[in-house]
Write a protein that binds this ligand. Structure first.
Ligand SMILES: Cc1cc2nc3c(=O)[nH]c(=O)nc-3n(C[C@H](O)[C@H](O)[C@H](O)COP(=O)(O)OP(=O)(O)OC[C@H]3O[C@@H](n4cnc5c(N)ncnc54)[C@H](O)[C@@H]3O)c2cc1C
Length: 449
């Protein structure tokens, strides 16, 4: 009998198992993969809140020793407008890293085993065991040579990815679900300068991206709306990706031509959903409970933050501080409070719609503001809540940084006039201004509506 069985031993599962083992619990960690091996789809980026967790857990030095440089600035170029800003810091951590995914998985797995978790790889979980009241009490599975495995625990955690078997066996409902919105091609380049910057581009229905990763390599890719995506040859993908850069950053396109792709092209996409993540004797962690489009590169960061929340809840339930079921319900609530805003922001971003003239004027204003640029990249990096960034106070403050004169277009000039030029005793004018912004700023205006 274990305190916890964790199904899935990568980002979310290994972290949860490590934290529970460190708290003194008896943990069984199962994965159908055999380690080291298997490869999760990822463009590797871990935002500062994820890096903070690794630092808290004493694993950051191991990560940096793998040869990935710190990333300190994120940027967006959309049509003619460019925003590049330094990341804000969270508890003193203002750096992102893009480590080789298999090495990050291994660091977490080794830490879990070192903390006392019992790892059994090559085991596929096929069924859940429940008692008469419907509480999950264990798992049934089999090894790769078909030897049956039956184990019991006080709690079973499904950390088995977006196609989670545990979630399927529990019939855990999805909410706020959206289908796959885009698909991406990405690969590794050698010879590009590492300048600590994540660059993203939005232009003509394409989202191109590039950032430094491990061993002197650079991630380069493009995401396209599903309808525009074609599975093609490697040569065609070279052309598709480089031409996406050509349109919006010709200098970088030239650099790509002058340097070398050193890996095959990879292709990836996921649907978007939140899933009920707790019930009697069970919980879901990481992508199993919450999968979002990779366009904001937040799955690893969310997996690490979520593991911390879940381990604290399980610890509270197992130690008797509160009933386990109530603790798990609290975990699911806290997880949703933490991620829902960013989830919706990601979903909007993932449609890869070109920015309107008004949105471009606002992005330009963010670049001029001493705080909005930093907060915008902080929002991308899961650090600033969209409701905060797009709040009336923040949008009104941004009006002061719009390009003077005819630049922003008549709608935004009118908004500025309504919000700034009209006497304060006419709150109706501010409301009209907010409604105009909401109507003309797409997702950016949703919190004003
Ligand atoms: C194209 C693409 C690019 C991405 N880029 C980024 C990025 O740059 N940054 C970022 O943060 N995130 C990125 N992500 C998301 C990130 O990869 C995921 O969020 C992350 O892998 C989730 O980790 P996890 O531990 O929850 O699940 P997973 O990594 O999916 O691990 C699940 C584990 O469960 C095991 N398992 C599954 N079923 C069973 C079973 N029945 N029995 C036993 N074991 C089982 C699997 O073998 C696997 O090891 C990207 C995703 C995609 C698709």
């Amino acid at each position: 009998m274990y305190d916890a069985i964790v199904v899935g031993a990568r980002i979310s599962g290994a972290s949860t198992a490590m934290l529970l083992s460190r708290a003194g619990h008896k943990v069984l960690l199962l994965d159908r993969a055999v380690f080291p091996g298997g490869k999760a789809a990822a463009t590797n980026l871990v935002h500062p809140p994820g890096i903070l967790r690794l630092k808290r857990w004493g694993l950051l030095d191991e990560l940096t020793a793998t040869g990935c440089p710190p990333i300190t600035e994120y940027g967006l170029r959309s049509g003619p407008v460019e925003l590049m800003a330094r990341l804000p810091a969270v508890d003193g951590v203002g750096e992102a890293y893009s480590p080789e995914r298999s090495r990050l998985d291994q660091i977490l797995l080794d830490a879990a085993v070192k903390a006392g978790a019992e790892l059994r790889s090559g085991v596929s979980v096929r069924e859940l065991i429940t008692d008469d009241a419907g509480t999950v009490t264990g798992v049934r599975g089999e090894t790769s040579d078909r030897t049956p495995v039956v184990e019991h625990a006080r709690v079973v955690v499904g950390a088995d990815g977006s196609n989670s078997t545990v979630a399927r066996l529990l019939d855990a409902p999805k909410y706020e679900a959206h289908p796959v919105l885009n698909k991406s091609h990405w690969s590794y380049w050698e010879g590009l300068p590492h300048d600590g910057r994540v660059r993203t581009y939005r232009h003509a229905g394409k989202h191109a991206f590039t950032w430094p990763t491990h061993d002197g390599l650079t991630i380069v890719g493009v995401a396209l709306p599903v309808a525009d995506f074609k599975a093609t040859s490697d040569e065609d993908r070279d052309r598709t990706v480089i031409s996406a850069f050509d349109e919006v950053d010709p200098e970088r396109a030239e650099l790509l031509r002058a340097t070398k792709r050193v890996d095959r092209w990879m292709t990836g996409s996921v649907p978007n959903f939140l899933r009920r993540s707790h019930g009697p004797g069970w919980a879901l962690a990481g992508d199993a409970g919450y999968t979002r489009d990779p366009i904001t590169a937040a799955g690893i960061t969310d997996g690490l933050r979520g593991a911390e929340l879940l381990a604290a809840a399980v610890e509270s339930g197992l130690s008797g501080r509160e009933p386990l079921e109530a603790a798990l319900a609290g975990y699911a609530r806290d997880r949703d409070a933490l991620v829902t805003g960013h989830y919706r922001y990601t979903r909007d971003h993932a449609t890869i719609a070109d920015h309107s003239r008004e949105e471009l004027a606002f992005i330009q204003a963010m670049n001029r503001s001493p705080t909005h640029g930093r907060d915008m990249v902080g929002m991308f990096a899961t650090m600033v809540h969209p409701a905060e960034f797009y709040s009336p106070a923040s949008i009104h403050a941004l009006l002061d940084h719009l390009e003077p004169g005819a630049g922003p277009g008549w709608k935004l000039r009118m908004v500025r006039w309504l919000a700034r030029g009209v006497p304060r005793h006419l709150p109706g004018a501010t409301r009209t201004a907010d409604r105009l912004v909401a109507k003309n700023l797409g997702p950016m205006g949703q919190y004003l509506a």
